[in-house]
Structure formats: C-alpha cells, structure tokens
Design a protein around this ligand. Structure first.
Ligand code: ARG
Ligand code: ZN
Length: 878
C-alpha cells in the first residue's frame, strides 16, 4: 500500500455551509465493548448558501453506521451513501430531522481524538475534527448548534456523567445503569462538545461574579489525585476575577467544570463549561510538582477559562482563523501571568520561547503565516506560529493602540460578534473601528510568514548634537512566499547617556516631551530617525520589552553590552544584553578549543551574583546561559557538537571562577516555609538550584554534600528535582545512580513525577545516551499509549538532549524515525509532533543534515502514512 497524497484545503475555497444545525440531541450508551451514539439533528438549509438543492453531507471518521432516519422514516440503503469519511443524503427537504445511530469503540481509540478511554474513564477531545469520530455531523466551526446530551452507563463503574452546560435530568435504568442529561443553552460548534464518564471525585468551590451570580466550580479527578486540585482551583478563581476586571468579561453558565485525564494529546481543551485537561497541566501540590509546573498550570487554567469568551462566545469561522482564538487567548493569559507575577520575567520567558522555537519554525519548511492559506491536516497547525506569534501580533496592536483603546476594541469585538463564528480580519476591524487607527498594513502580520530582520545603523554628530538611527527591515522568503512587503512594526527604543541614565527623546522638529522610551512605527523598507539635543554619543537600547517579534542586528561592542546589562532601565533589554554577550563569548570558543573565555562574562556574572539589591527574579534569568537550542537557532549551518562543548566550557569556567559566590548564593537563597509560588521565592529556588548545578558540573565535593542533603530533606519538588538534576549531570556516578533509584522508589506511584524522572534522564548529556534512552523505553513505567510518557522520554531526548540526538553517526535520527513510524499507526498527532526536530535538516552542517534527511525519507517511505505525518515529511523534504 503506497500512501496517497492527502488533499490540500485552501482558505480561498471557503464557502458558507449548505446546511445549519439548530439542535443536536445526543444519546450515548456507554459499554465496555463500545458505545452506541444516537444523534438527532434538526437541520435546515442555510439561506446564505449558494448551492440550494445540494445534497446533505456530514463528516465522519472511523464510524460504524447502524441506521439513518429522516423525519421519522428509516432510509433504505440506496437513499444515502456511507463513504468512509462522509455520509451523503442526496435528497433532503429544506428543513428536517435526521436521526443517525453509530457504533464506536472508545476502548480501542489510541488516537485520542473523539471519544476514548483514559485510565478507565471515558473522555473526549473534539478540537479540531474529533467530533466526526463520534457521530456524523457538519464538523466545521461555523455550524453552531444547541446541544442536549444524555449519557447512559453502568452506575458503579461510571458514577459521574458529565457534558456541557447544566444537568437537567438524571435517573436509574435497568441492569445497574443510570443516566444524566445535560443541556447547553449556548449554541456552539461541535469542536467544543465534551463528555466524561468515570469514577471521579469532585472538588468544589464557588465564585461570585461581578453581577452577583454564584457559580458552582468543580474539579473532577481520580481519587488518588484528590490532594492535587487546590492550585488549579485558586488559579481558576483568580482568572475569573481578572477577566472581569481587565476585559469586563463575566462567566455565563451556572457551573464551570474541569476534568483531569492522564492520556491527552495536548495541554488542555476549552469545551464549553467542561474543560478537559492533561493531568500534567492541572494537578499539583508542592511536594510532587515544581515551580515551573505551578506556573504552567496557572497559565493554562487561565488560558482555557479565557477561551470562554475568546473562542467560545466568539469562535472561528474556519480553521485558518485558529489564531483568532489562540493568539488572542495566549495574549490574555500572558497578561494575566504578568499581573500575577513578574512582568519582566514573563516577557523574558515568552520571548525566549518565541526566539528559540517559533523563529526556528518560521525559518523552516513548515513556516506559515499566522493565518495560513492552506493545510493538509489541521492538527499540524496548532503551532508556535499560531499561538506564540499570534500572541505577539495581538500584543503589537495593544502597543500601537495603548491599553484604553485596545480595551475599547476588545469590547466592540465581543459585543459585535457575540454568538458568531468570525475571522482574524473581523478582530482587526473591531480594533480599527474602536480606535480610529488604520491597520491595513498591519494586516500583513497575518498574511506573511517569516521573521522580519531589522538592521540598525547609527551615527552621532557632536557639532549638531544629533543622533541618527537608520532602521531597515527585510523579511526572508518562506515556502511559497517571496518578495515580501514591509510590515508595520512597533519599535520601542531608548538611548542611554554615558552615566547610564535614559536620555529624553526628541525627534528633529518636535518639542521635547521628556519621554525616554518611544515606540517608533516602522512601515517602510528603511527609516532614518534624527534625535536632537543629544550631548554625547549614546548607547541605544533597541526593541525595548521585545516590542515586536523580530530579529535585531546592531553591532554593540561587548563593553556596551556590559553597560546595558547594568544600566538599561528596560529590564528585558538588561537581560537581552547579557544574552547577547554570552552568545558572543560562546561563539568565540566554538571550534577554538584553546581560546580563552572572555573575562568580561565572568565579571558580569560575578556582579550579578553579588548584587543583593537587584530584583532577584531578573538576576536568576540573567544568570542563565542561552540554551543550546537558541545558539543553534542563531547559527548558520551549526555544528551541534562544537556548540555543545563550547557552552559546556563556559559553564565550567564560570563555575570554577565563581565558586565562592555560588556557594554563598546557595546558602543565602533559602525561601521561608511554607512553600509559595511568589516571584521572589521562585527566583530564590531557581538561583539556589542553578548554583548547585554549576558546582556539581565541575565535580565540586562540597557541593556534592549540599546536593545530597537537599535531595534527602527537600520538602518541595523544585528542590528535590533540582538536586536530582544536578546529581544526574554531575561526574559523581555512584551518587547519581543511588539518587535516581531512591527517587523512583519514592515516587513510582505518581505518574506525573515519574514523567519528570524520565525527562531528567533523557535530557541529560550524562545519562541520556541512546542506549540508556532505549532502556527507559523498556522500563516498567513507560507506556507507548501515553503521550506524556512519550514526550518525557523521546521528546526530551530529541528536543533537549542535542549532543546525543545529533550523534554524528545518525543513530539519534534513526531512533526518532523508528519511533515516528511506530507511533504513526496508533497516534498520528503525536507522531507528527515528534518529527519537528528532523524537519529542520537543511539548517545544519552537512555531517548532520545528511543523516536527518535520510531519517525523514525512511519515515516518508512507510506504507499507509497518516495525513499528519505525510504533510510534515513531504513538506520538509520538498
Ligand atoms: N484549543 C486548545 C487550547 O489551545 C488546544 C486543543 C488542540 N487539540 C488538538 N488536538 N489539536 O487550549
Ligand atoms: Zn487555546
């Protein structure tokens, strides 16, 4: 069987639906050997459709059709066509009731799309096109129906039966079975449908909304996780309050439910009134989850909750508009996280992810605009570009309009489009209409792929006291797009005087307004700005707070970078100057084994370690060296082994030179009990664990006993895992083995902790060689059916353990290709995601790219490739 080419779907071919569904009445009979789904749809022709008289077509996927009734009459086999992916009824009236019965097998559903089972419970994932795996339906987001759902199941095994909206009926049935009926008053697309049935415990709370309504909040988990819900519940209440205060958005149903499931392809899902979460994105307690997990959970709970307005009340017309809800909602959750913690640190984290991973995506074969023009498999477009670049695009509108006009724009958007399925263009138009600003050129951010590059040149004239800055923009070609037009870029900057203070910025011809950060708007290929009244040559602080998702080239000297690190009033650029300095120093060592590490980096790090007055959250970020992935992203034809060793050498030199300061930092940074996730305490733990890991890296015996002590006595997972990671990456072989063993013995019953244990090993240059990673796959706790386990071993190896993954013999690539082929049949979404590292093969030095290409070809040549993997490998090899 050769794989046939999947069809490409184009935005330009969008047509309004021929039929609309007003009501969807569903009845689920759940059994151990399958489920019978009775669907009763009230359907009518769409008055706005062109093809009046066209046949009814409903999407389906892996369904066994049992019967079709039209207005109460069973249709004969020749009155409809059951194609594998479509149910076609050629002749239907203008309005009718269609009843369809299908049989599905959730217990055998390994794709985790549609209705499936996860540790004994039934659950669903319908976005983007999973509803068609449940029953035949016009499975597109611009068809919005009112859903009523009756669930029937064995009462002992499935005491809890949930769906969207409010429970309206329940009762007992024969044979120990029972039922619950749910009704969702809000019309919604099928992708927001959800169902859960299981033996779950319920954690309750309430929230009083701004208009005084009392909302019943419930988190459902398996009994063993009953002590892990408090943080998510707190996060939920904070999110609800924040969305009222910041966007004026109030919750609209009487109940809000969250369910945790162990087997989940993505992070979480915003189903109306019934959010379903990957356990790792909702469950936490201090003893077993790290600070990072706590912060991630807060952000994801907020994200899914915020979707209730940006996604559910106003949804997407088609999947090309995915960023309409995702970019905007990521923007909202990042504003929320900034408000809950440290705004500068949040900005640094967002920019790091964007510059490391999204820039790489945007420079590779899968590059696509924030609003793509075509796709084969929509699941492949839940990307960093849609989410993170989409966030940046909304953020730039916020920057251009300012907070008040932006809020006017979002109010108008929600009011104008409530209950509708709309486009990114509708979003931009609401922003324009509310602000009076013209965003026509700005729309190119949605249409053109590729990361703009800003090249900045300057020149100072002492005689006229003027400083001239020339900024040129260019956007690289991407697959299918060349010769791009200049984009509208908000470019925030400041100028520093020799004493480190900000200079008031006055452009030629203006009166001084005394502002020291200005947002210049770039719209042309090149601009020259002339600042007057500048008494001496300034040091430019460019793209403050990362005001646009672009690369900036400017020839700062190392001394200027050191100067910005200690003086820039913009925290983000203080950090960025440090990153640039470190990148240069590491680069200089690359391939020059005997070159010296620039002592300025050592001194800058020493100053940071000793600076007790500085914001420790920022200090903790500034001391982190750029990751290998970021160094690779910045390099042209990178040699991974050389980059790895250069970076390692810098860590060793820093750790050796700063031993005293690091020990001192370790002793000083002891957050008080009880454990809290404040920016201060997180920074403290992060500094402490960084100090420990650097010292263990150079085999420091004193630090070894500190690490063992911390490992034994830690009362929170951040410190325990921090000690474990430091030991694992140390040369102390015996201690490393004992710690790994002890950790597993202590935590083997907690899958989330076991995932951390897997990923610490698989990501480690010390313990993550390929044979060891293969052994992890044989471990009793590993499970090929569980996406989190796959991510924690294979994902961590290929994504973080670059020195072993990029083994020059190609063994890491072949291993990943084998894994993708293996998973392609059982879970194509996960298989396709794992392929990402290989897709960038053209970027690397020839010793690597050859092997990567061969690995991709071996995936391409598999028989019966899924659409998901087909699209990724063929586009990458094209
Ligand atoms: N809408 C979800 C979120 O961002 C993501 C679900 C994507 N699921 C998928 N199978 N592609 O919150
Ligand atoms: Zn989302």
């Amino acid at each position: 069987m050769r794989t046939s080419q999947p069809k490409t779907i184009y935005l330009s071919e969008y047509r309004v639906p021929d039929f609309l569904v007003d009501h969807a009445d569903l009845r689920f009979e759940l059994f151990e050997d399958g489920a019978r789904v009775h669907s009763s749809l009230s359907i009518r022709r769409n008055p706005e459709a062109h093809g009046q008289g066209s046949p009814l077509e409903l999407n389906g996927d892996s369904l066994q059709l049992q019967s079709v009734h039209l207005d109460g009459r069973e249709l004969a086999k020749d009155e409809y066509e059951d194609r594998s992916d479509l149910l076609v009824v050629p002749s239907v009236p203008d309005a009718f009731e269609l009843r369809v019965v299908t049989w599905i097998e959730p217990q055998n559903n390994t794709r985790l799309e549609g209705l499936y089972k996860s540790s004994g419970m039934f659950c669903t994932q319908c976005e983007a096109e999973g509803f068609r795996c449940i029953t035949f339906f016009p499975d597109r987001p611009d068809v919005m129906a009112r859903f009523r759902t009756r669930i029937e199941a064995d009462k002992a095994a499935y005491p809890v039966l949930l769906s969207n909206g409010n429970p309206v009926d329940s009762g007992e049935l024969d044979n120990g079975r029972h039922f619950v009926t749910w009704e969702d008053p809000f019309p919604k697309p099928s992708y927001l449908f959800a169902l859960v049935a299981g033996a779950l415990v319920e954690k309750n709370d309430t929230f009083r909304t701004m208009s005084g309504r009392e909302i019943d909040l419930r988190i459902y988990v398996e009994p063993r996780n009953a002590d892990k819900t408090a943080h998510a519940m707190d996060s939920l209440k904070r999110s609800m309050r924040w969305d009222e205060e910041t966007y004026g958005r109030e919750y609209d149903l009487d109940i809000f439910m969250i369910v945790a499931v162990d087997d989940f392809n993505m992070g979480a899902m915003e189903n109306k009134g019934l959010n379903i979460f990957n356990s790792s994105c909702v469950l936490a307690r201090p003893e077993s989850e790290t600070d990072m997990a706590f912060q991630r959970i807060e952000a994801i709970v907020a994200h899914e909750y915020f979707h209730n307005w940006s996604g559910n009340r106003v949804t997407c017309r088609d999947w090309f508009q995915l960023s309409l809800k995702e970019g905007f909602t990521v923007f909202r959750d990042s504003q929320f996280s900034a408000d809950m913690g440290s705004p500068t640190v949040k900005r640094i984290e967002d920019a790091t992810l964007l510059r490391t991973a999204q820039f790489a995506e945007d420079a590779g074969p899968m590059a696509h605009p924030v609003r793509p023009a075509s796709y084969m498999e929509i699941s492949n477009f839940y990307t960093l570009t849609i989410y993170e670049k989409g966030n940046e695009v909304v953020r730039m509108i916020h920057t251009l309009l300012g907070p008040e006009l932006f809020r006017k724009g979002s109010d108008l958007y929600f009011e104008r489009h409530d209950g509708q399925a709309v486009t990114t263009d509708d979003f931009v138009r609401a922003m324009e209409d509310a602000s009076g600003r013209d965003l026509s050129q700005f729309r190119l951010w949605y249409e053109q792929a590729g990361t703009p590059v800003l090249t900045v040149e300057d020149d100072y004239d002492e005689a006229s006291q003027t400083y001239r800055l020339t900024v040129a923009q260019s956007i690289p070609d991407t697959p299918g797009q060349t010769g791009k037009k200049p984009q509208h870029i908000p470019f925030a900057l400041g100028l520093l005087a020799a004493n480190g203070t900000d200079i008031p910025l006055t452009l030629a011809g203006e009166h001084s307004a005394g502002v020291t950060t200005r947002v210049l708007e770039l719209t042309e290929k090149s601009h020259t700005f002339e600042f007057t009244g500048i008494a001496s040559r300034p040091v430019p602080s460019l793209l403050r707070n990362f005001s646009a998702p672009v690369r900036v080239n400017y020839p700062w000297t190392r001394d200027q970078l050191m100067f910005l690190m200690s003086h820039d009033s913009d925290g983000f650029n203080r950090w960025d100057a440090g990153q640039r300095l470190a990148v240069e120093v590491i680069r200089e060592l690359s391939g020059h084994a005997e070159a010296e590490v620039d002592p300025r980096l050592v001194e800058a790090s020493r100053t940071l370690l000793n600076d007790r007055d500085a914001d420790q959250a920022l200090v903790a970020k500034m001391l982190q060296l750029p990751t290998e992935a970021y160094l690779i992203e910045l390099a042209d034809k990178p040699d991974v082994q050389i980059i790895h060793h250069a970076r390692e050498r810098v860590v060793k030199v820093l750790a050796t030179a700063l031993r005293e300061e690091l020990l001192d930092c370790y002793r000083r940074q002891q957050p008080a009990e009880p454990y809290q996730v404040t920016p201060e305490d997180v920074a403290s733990r992060s500094l402490r664990n960084m100090a420990l890991s650097w010292l263990l890296h150079i085999g420091d015996e004193g630090a070894l006993s500190l690490a063992l002590g911390q490992f034994e006595s830690a009362t929170n997972m951040t410190d325990q895992a921090g000690a474990l990671r430091a030991l694992v990456n140390s040369p102390f072989e015996a201690e490393r083995g004992r710690a790994l063993e002890a950790f597993y013995q202590r935590w083997h019953q907690d899958p989330q902790v076991v995932e951390q244990w897997f990923s610490i090993q698989a990501a480690s240059p010390v313990t993550g060689d390929l044979p060891s990673v293969r052994r992890l796959l044989e471990h009793e706790a590993f499970d090929w059916k569980n996406p989190n386990k796959i991510r924690s071993v294979v994902g961590a190896f290929a994504g973080q353990n670059l020195v072993h993954f990029h083994d020059q013999e190609g063994s890491g690539y072949r291993f990943l290709a084998d894994t993708i082929r293996r998973l392609d049949d059982s879970n194509p979404q996960i298989a396709a995601r794992l392929a990402a590292p290989l897709t960038r093969w053209r970027k690397f030095a020839p010793v690597y790219s050859e092997g990567m290409r061969k690995a991709l070809e071996s995936v391409r040549d598999k028989d019966g490739l899924s659409r998901d993997v087909y699209e990724i490998v063929h586009k990458s090899l094209a």
